[in-house]
Ligand binder design. Structure first.
Ligand code: 5GP
Ligand code: ZN
Length: 114
């Protein structure tokens, strides 16, 4: 838990979110500024700053994120129509929140750059 991290605050329950799914390792909630009709964020419950900090010890978390993406896609009705799982790492990708997260996007035909 990093006190000044907005996603750690959400995990701690100090900042509200619209939760979709939760297990021991990950939390999934709706993005506050959706870029598509379905836009959920999948985050590990432990603070990892970015994809650059994912090592061998975090392999289990990456698997858990993929499982959570499958479950969320079913839950939000986009498993069959399709979806995209996106990680932004660093400034050129536009990473704003420095707690590892994956965007699950769907509900419309997605362009390659969004
Ligand atoms: P990034 O650009 O870092 O990959 O994406 C961060 C995402 O987090 C953005 O899509 C932004 O809308 C979302 N976000 C930032 N703060 C909050 C928040 O407090 N609650 C929720 N639900 N989403 C947030
Ligand atoms: Zn954090």
């Amino acid at each position: 838990m990093l006190k000044e991290c907005i996603f750690c605050q959400i995990i701690a329950g100090d900042t509200p979110c619209r939760k979709v799914y939760e297990d021991d390792e990950v939390l999934v909630f709706h993005d506050i500024q959706p870029a598509a009709p379905v836009h959920a964020l999948i985050i590990p419950k432990t603070h990892i700053a970015s994809m650059n900090d994912v090592g061998r010890e975090q392999e289990g978390i990456i698997a858990a994120i993929h499982r959570a993406a499958q479950i969320t896609a079913i839950e939000l009705g986009i498993a069959e129509t399709g979806y995209r799982l996106v990680n932004n790492c660093g400034p050129d990708a536009g990473q704003v929140v420095h707690h590892l997260h994956y965007h699950l996007l769907g509900g419309k035909k997605l362009g390659m750059t969004q």
